[in-house]
Write a protein that binds this ligand. Structure first.
Ligand code: GLA
Length: 365
């Protein structure tokens, strides 16, 4: 007969093995898990991409591990995709959409009407004179029908109008060529054309500084006006070009709640957290004020990312997506804005594509 102590030993040994197996399995599991898996009960996690990145196997793998939504960084903007009135450059946008469809990722379309990255031909006739409102709206309609129509059923959401609200607190709308030629009507028209081209697409107004109380009030006014007129607008995009200090939880919550009170869904569409806080000061032009990405800054950024995602999770249901603007610190548009050539470190993955402290804070909940 086995002694009691031997039995106890065997039992403990088996238990320890079981625990080791289980945590081993967990470890493998955790290694395979990406952002999108941690957030599967909250909202899709997206990233802005270029066709070139999709051809680079390490970046492609990183995208597939962590993200379940993509946005074309530039490929769908009016200038790149519609360079001449009768010519479309579909290939780069097609590559992104085909990649997403083949791998089961969602696609956000970005964007249909913006004051910048427009093609040269759009505002002028063949003699170089400015076109009439009728002609411009007709061109906008043809553009939207072609682009939205091509990706109908594959692109679930469109940023229809981007950044129409002025930077000048004393006026509502930016004095862009769209506005100069069409007045405010171009905004409602863009939404109507997009809705007609794909009635199922979720249509967004997208902008920056959406949390600054002053601009927030003007964006709210614009959105309310559109809704009151019955314009098919469904959601608002907070671009989320923020910094390691801003916005506060309070400002972010207030803005989500205010836009949502109009019956709109909300997404964070272009998230990055600059490690510089001087984008609006004269210092921003001084390249000698380069930050090396010190441990303090890394910690500050991680804390801010953690704080923001905590708020995002609280608004599950209202907040229907969070998209990062670029994949890793290897390349960010902020390396050249507002100061050309000033390296920034705004994302969750470093230049070697490794998760940063900020990443661990985003998945810790
Ligand atoms: C804006 C646009 C984006 C992108 C960024 C900077 O936020 O909406 O498409 O151009 O600026 O890269």
């Amino acid at each position: 007969m086995l002694k009691k102590s031997t039995l106890l030993f065997c039992f403990l040994f088996a238990l320890l093995n079981l625990i080791a197996d289980y945590s081993g399995a967990q470890r493998i599991n955790d290694q395979q898990k990406g952002l999108k898996d941690y957030y599967k009960n909250f909202f899709p996690i997206g990233v802005a991409v270029t066709p070139q990145q999709l051809k680079d196997s390490a970046q492609r793998q990183l995208i597939l591990k962590h993200f379940n939504s993509v946005t074309a960084e530039n490929a769908m903007k009016m200038g790149p995709i519609h360079p001449k009135e009768t010519q479309f450059n579909w290939a780069p946008a097609d590559e992104i959409v085909n990649f997403a469809v083949a791998n089961g990722l969602k696609v956000r379309g970005h964007n249909l009407c913006w004051h910048t990255q427009t093609p040269k031909w759009i505002f002028n006739d063949s003699l170089g004179n400015q076109v009439s409102k009728e002609v411009l709206l007709q061109r906008l309609k043809a553009h939207i029908e072609a682009v939205v129509g091509r990706y109908k059923g594959k692109i679930y959401a469109w940023d229809v109008v981007n950044e129409a609200v002025s930077d000048n607190p004393n006026e509502l709308l930016r004095n862009s060529n769209w506005y100069k030629i069409c007045g405010e009507d171009y905004i409602a028209k863009a939404f109507e054309y997009a809705h007609k081209a794909d009635p199922k697409a979720v249509l967004f107004y997208n902008d920056y500084n959406t949390e600054s109380p002053e601009k927030r009030a003007r964006i709210y006014r614009l959105l309310k006006g559109l809704i009151d007129k019955g314009v098919p607008i469904h959601a608002v995009g907070l671009q989320g070009h923020w910094s390691i200090q801003d916005p506060s939880e309070e400002k972010l919550k207030k803005s989500i709640e205010e836009y949502a009170s109009l019956g709109l869904k909300v997404q964070v569409t272009e998230l990055d957290l600059s490690v510089y806080s001087d984008s609006n000061t004269p210092d921003a032009t001084d390249k000698t004020k380069l930050n090396n990405f010190s441990p303090e800054l890394q910690q500050q950024q991680a804390t801010q990312y953690g704080k923001l995602f905590k708020v995002f999770r609280q608004y599950k249901g209202t907040l229907t997506g969070v998209t990062f603007w670029n994949l890793s610190d290897r390349y960010s548009w902020l390396d050249n804005f507002p100061v050309r050539g000033r390296k920034n470190y705004p994302l969750l993955f470093d230049a070697e594509l490794k998760p940063k402290q900020a990443y661990w804070n985003v998945i810790k909940f």
